[in-house]
Design a protein around this ligand. Structure first.
Ligand code: GLY
Ligand code: MN
Ligand code: MN
Length: 458
């Protein structure tokens, strides 16, 4: 990303909000038990989008296409503990600011502009909201005037990725492909999930990458966002690896592969794996501008329902099973989400970004977890990530009872070596279709078998 890219984005914002000042806070440090020891800081994506250093306590004030950066005044004590701030020249060449000022000047500049005229966005972090309240006299609100105009403008600018963003996402996805190859390559019976997490961290740290979310590395793939690494991989297990690299500019990757730990799917594992991979390829193939993402979700749901009917796990007509939501016993999340500066891009805006104006989220279990339900546009980047999970809490709960008449538990029992399978690609919507940005990482069952254990033992 160059300064010219940020200037272009600020000018576009000015076209949408002429003469209106916009206040973007990088965010505040979160600390452990005292301010000297902080958690790793990562600036707000809305702030990063318009160009500012990834440092806490900074503010971008943008007016008519020009940005002034406010940063904490140089402080000798801070320099002793944390080193010098970036030089003015360095900041200027990276971001092209109108001016760089001390935060102490912000109050006065805001009152000159008329603080009630200034638009801002709320943060998910309470300290950052208090920081904004101190300057603006209010906590910004997504649903209230005047900030709602800024929410609309930012969604319009960030929903489709500009060329600079597309090339950053490509880098993040390529990096994630490399990362997956290392983790899958180190997988074999006897290795622990923790050791695999160690391999992942080593690649991340040595390249200067950050995780775009907490990596999932687990043989208990039925736990959708399994945050623990407590198992040892065993012969006959499937391993689910869902991870993403965030590159220096902040853009994210997000890929999932599921592999047999011993390098060979059993016939039952392969049967279900191939259904999930078909759901991935058939829904992905429909991607094009104008296609509604909910239609892709439906395609994936139908492929899964049909596959499970053919195996005898579900009984009935696939269309009817999907209509009543029975497939969600096994595929209970949405097909995907937007990807950008956030791995679930702009989901801090809730269904405003995920759903078309006037469209409501379904209350039917399964569909209720669909995060993205809008028409695709060229430049959007989305994940396609169908899955199959045997989740005791669903099968033995009210949902299992509700669908008892279409579920053959004896047949399901034969597939007990399949706990969780997810396959996830990242796809760019192009003018005439799509480009699978993660095509370099195979999904076919015979090819993912080759990835397992392909590197020397850890
Ligand atoms: N694990 C987060 C996601 O794939 O959406
Ligand atoms: Mn993922
Ligand atoms: Mn994802």
């Amino acid at each position: 990303m160059t300064a010219a890219h940020f200037s272009e984005r600020r000018l576009k914002l000015a076209d949408m909000l002429p003469g209106i000042p916009v206040f973007l806070a990088s965010g505040c440090d979160r600390y452990r038990n005292y301010p000297g020891h902080t958690y790793p800081f990562r600036a707000s994506s809305h702030y990063l989008f318009f160009g500012g250093p990834n440092r806490s306590g900074h503010v971008l004030l943008i007016l008519n296409g020009e940005a002034t950066l406010y940063r904490p005044a140089p402080d000798a004590d801070d320099e002793v503990w944390h080193g010098p701030s970036e030089s003015l020249e360095e900041l200027q060449s990276r971001y092209d600011f109108k001016e760089i000022k001390n935060l102490e000047e912000l109050d006065e500049d805001l009152s000159t502009l008329g603080v009630d005229e200034v638009l801002a966005l709320p943060s998910s972090d309470a300290a950052t909201n208090r920081f904004m309240e101190k300057y603006l006299g209010r906590v910004p609100d997504l649903d209230e005037d005047p900030d709602v105009d800024l929410v609309d403008a930012v969604m319009e600018l960030r929903r489709c990725q500009d060329e600079a963003a597309q090339s950053e996402i490509r880098r993040a996805v390529q990096a994630t492909v490399e990362l997956q190859r290392v983790v899958l390559g180190a997988s074999r019976p006897g290795v622990t999930e923790r050791e695999l997490r160690g391999e992942l961290d080593k690649v991340m740290a040595s390249n200067g990458w950050q995780p775009s979310f907490n990596p999932i590395i687990s043989v208990a793939g039925e736990v959708l966002h399994n945050p623990f690494y407590t198992h040892t991989l065993a012969d006959g297990d499937l391993l689910l690896v869902d991870c993403g690299v965030e590159v220096e500019s902040g853009y994210a990757g997000d890929l999932t592969r599921t592999v047999p730990v011993n390098g060979q799917f059993t016939s039952t594992q392969k049967a279900i794996y191939d259904i999930v991979d078909k759901a991935r390829s058939e829904s992905l193939r429909q991607i094009a501008p104008g296609v509604h993402f909910a239609e892709l979700h439906k395609t994936a749901s139908l492929v899964i329902a049909q596959g499970l009917v053919e195996l005898g796990i579900l009984k009935g007509e696939p269309e009817e099973l999907v209509e009543m939501g029975a497939h969600a016993l096994f595929f209970c999340h949405g097909l995907g989400h937007l990807v950008g500066l956030d791995v679930h891009d702009m989901e801090d805006f809730g269904d405003r970004i995920g759903y078309e104006d006037g469209e409501e989220r379904s209350s039917q279990f399964g569909l209720s977890n669909l995060r993205l339900s809008r028409e695709l546009e060229a430049g959007m980047v989305v994940t396609v990530e169908p899955g199959y999970y045997r989740i005791p809490a669903l099968l033995n709960g009210p949902l299992g009872e509700k669908f008892a008449h279409v579920l053959d538990r004896d047949v399901l029992q034969k597939y007990e070596d399949v706990r969780g399978i997810r396959i996830e690609d990242v796809v760019l919507v192009t003018d005439d279709g799509y480009e699978n940005l993660s095509e370099a990482l195979p999904t076919a069952s015979s090819e993912v078998e080759q990835l397992v254990g392909s590197l020397s033992p850890v």
